[in-house]
Design a binder for this molecule. Structure first.
Ligand code: ZN
Length: 170
């Protein structure tokens, strides 16, 4: 995990940090050493900084309070970048909306198609049932007709046997 520099609330501006050795507090004051070097310190290190200057006979230091809520006005470059970023986000959003409308339409179409196929399937299953019933009926009618024919054949044989022999037929 990388340590992020503390930032001011609602701002990307990194907070100024206390420049005293080993201190990781956000600076509350900025100042300039009598010899010109700039510095910043937290509330707790203000006295240390002043003491050092006094020890060096450099007199009082003018501490300027850093307003933690100060947000520097955005520059022309930053404004241009923000506008570009906003336009890019708006374009992305438009793309996402278009894509989701496309997916929704596709989903609606697929759902309708699935419903149509389910109906068609039910219809075909019902037709297969009807055809099977017709087939069963025809098979049993055929079997009955065969049985009738066999009976009639036997009857014919029996009657023929009872007839006197035709002298012509030899
Ligand atoms: Zn400090």
């Amino acid at each position: 995990m990388t340590m992020q520099a503390p930032t001011l609330q609602n701002s990307k501006t990194p907070a100024t940090m206390c420049t005293e050795n080993g201190c990781s507090s956000v600076a509350a004051f900025s100042y300039v050493w009598p010899w010109g070097a700039p510095g910043a310190c937290c509330q707790a290190h203000r006295l240390h900084v002043q003491q050092r200057s006094t020890n060096l006979d450099r007199g009082p230091i003018n501490f300027v309070a850093i307003d933690p809520h100060y947000v520097p006005p955005i520059t022309r470059d930053e404004r241009t970048q923000l506008i570009a970023a906003k336009m890019s986000v708006e374009q992305d959003l438009a793309d996402v909306k278009a894509r989701s409308a496309e997916l929704y339409a596709h989903h609606t179409k697929s759902t309708a198609e699935a419903r149509r196929l389910a109906t068609l399937n039910a219809e075909l299953v019902s037709q297969v049932g009807d055809l099977k019933a017709t087939c069963d009926r025809l098979v049993s009618e055929r079997d009955a007709a065969r049985a009738d024919t066999a009976t009639a054949q036997l009857e014919l044989e029996r009657v023929k046997a009872m007839l006197p022999v035709d002298p012509q037929a030899k």
